[in-house]
Design a protein around this ligand. Sequence first.
Ligand code: SAM
Length: 202
Amino acid sequence: MIEQLLKQYPLVSDQVDKKELRLVLQALERALENTSLGEIVEFGCYAGTTSLFISRILQAQKVPRQFHVYDSFEGLPEKRVEDQSSVGEMFRPGELSVSKKQFIQNYKKAGLLLPQIHKGWFENFSADDVPKKIALAFLDGDYYNSIKKSLCLIESRLVPGAIIVVDDYTSEALPGVARAVDEWLLTYPHKIRVEYSLAIIS
Ligand SMILES: C[S@@+](CC[C@H](N)C(=O)[O-])C[C@H]1O[C@@H](n2cnc3c(N)ncnc32)[C@H](O)[C@@H]1O
């Protein structure tokens, strides 16, 4: 089904390519097989490129799992020292800003049911904003603090067999991502596999 969807539908932004998207969707299918319950979360949904495909899989398979997306819809926050990179200077506060309205329009255009949309800075979300059980978490917040906070919000909610996928783990321009993941793994040891730019943690 993944190949058919990738062939049939366009990507609505350049924030993910087909190779990465395929890996995220394969992780989703595996997480759904591994678990009998648990919801799906995406931290950093932007225009919804990955979200739309996640929704297509969930709706095509008639999987009764809720899907939650989180974003400031105001783009990136300030960098911290952990994010500094001479090749990452294009990432500035407010970069990658897409409105919630645009995200919803992309869903309407695709004829898909909306996920639960949580608008705000990850740092301001609390445990109450996150599902009690999570089967798949896709973390695409680009920066040290954004990834750290997403991991902190989900870590106690992962069901056995859950998978975390983190984008930009190998990105030279976004060094804070690997730093946040590696620090988290010291406290929460998990298996990690790296493919293209993704860390796949199970
Ligand atoms: C690379 S884009 C996400 C791309 C998206 N997953 C896709 O598939 O197209 C990063 C997103 O993370 C959001 N973001 C980053 N840090 C954030 C934070 N601390 N709080 C809220 N949103 C954040 C930005 O607003 C941006 O939309």
